[in-house]
Write a protein that binds this ligand. Structure first.
Ligand SMILES: Cc1ncc(C[n+]2csc(CCOP(=O)(O)OP(=O)(O)O)c2C)c(N)n1
Ligand SMILES: [Mg+2]
Length: 289
């Protein structure tokens, strides 16, 4: 968790902004994708497909759901967004930039030696709640945060992103079991089922994913993770504080919004030539239009 201490009385509440329209969210998701393309361009290879896939969900998280104060990222009463998959960092940096925690200029250093924006997340960076890289740890940390917030009497929520690959790690299910035992209804997990893990499709049979979470005592919705209306509806349905932790199973498409990347068979660590980026950026604009 970020360690900067702030107790500023001027920290303000920036959400949940449930009156934002789906059309406005669509614009935010496009902005997120543009920022990610800017970061990825010219780097040769990277995790752009995951970022494009989760962009719609992150637009909802950052511009509709999260109560935070961009001017004071360590505000103790903030909602926490825990990105368990550190290699999705490109998506988090884009969200932090669009919500004015990071500057757009800094994005150009993404992935370079000495940058504050490495390929996998570090919690030293403002707005980044946990260090990523070693998969299977975000869920446990999110459970600890949600429990800690409740013990501290804070009304904040924890929104956790966890991947389908991480559903093959026992630690994720230990956390899921703990969350329902502790009745953590201030925790909401976004389960990004993008259908890939590293170099190919899922190794183990994970289905039925939603029913597995239900059997662990969670209140669950399952949606097309690139359908903004469906994501918003799921968040609204899961807002009640009824003692159960919440989960939204997101069926996302890696590379969403850029058909050439979507069509790549090996989407996990996509290789893109320097000469391809202009065409890919044009595809993003055409798809959105
Ligand atoms: C504990 C752990 N084991 C293995 C890896 C290597 N690794 C990096 S990304 C990845 C794929 C995991 O699948 P998923 O989280 O679904 O990611 P996606 O392929 O969808 O990006 C793996 C195995 C890791 N980072 N951490
Ligand atoms: Mg995956």
């Amino acid at each position: 968790m970020a360690t900067r201490e702030h107790t500023s009385a001027t920290a303000h509440d920036r959400g949940p902004a449930t009156d934002i329209t789906v059309e406005a969210l669509r614009g935010r998701a496009l902005e997120l994708r543009r920022l990610m393309m800017r970061m990825a361009a010219g780097k040769g290879e990277g995790y752009i497909a995951q970022g494009l896939g989760i962009a719609d969900a992150l637009a909802v998280v950052y511009f509709r759901e999260l109560r935070h104060d961009p001017g004071n990222p360590a505000w103790p009463d903030r909602d926490r967004f825990v990105l368990s998959t550190g290699h999705y960092s490109i998506a988090l940096y884009a969200a932090l930039t669009l919500s004015e925690v990071l500057s757009a200029e800094e994005l150009d250093s993404f992935g370079l030696n000495g940058s504050r924006l490495p390929l996998s997340t570090f919690e030293e960076l403002e707005g980044v709640e946990v260090t990523g890289g070693s998969l299977g740890h975000g869920a446990g940390q999110a459970v600890g945060m949600a429990l800690g917030l409740r013990l501290d009497g804070r009304d904040a929520r924890v929104i956790l992103e966890v991947s389908d690959g991480e559903l093959q790690e026992g630690s994720t299910w230990e956390a899921a079991m703990a969350a329902s035992s502790f009745r953590l209804d201030n925790l909401i997990a976004l389960v990004d089922c993008n259908g890939i893990q590293a170099d190919g499709p899922m190794v183990l049979d994970l289905e039925p994913v939603a029913d597995k979470w239900r059997s662990f005592g969670w209140d669950v919705e399952e949606v097309d993770g690139n359908d903004l209306t469906a994501i918003v509806t799921a968040f609204d349905r899961l807002r009640s504080r009824d003692g159960r932790p919440k989960a939204i199973v997101l069926r996302t498409s890696p590379g969403k919004g850029v058909p050439t990347i979507e069509a790549r068979e090996r989407a996990h660590f996509v290789r893109v030539g320097d000469d391809e980026w202009d065409a890919l950026k044009a595809e993003l604009e055409e798809t959105h239009a």
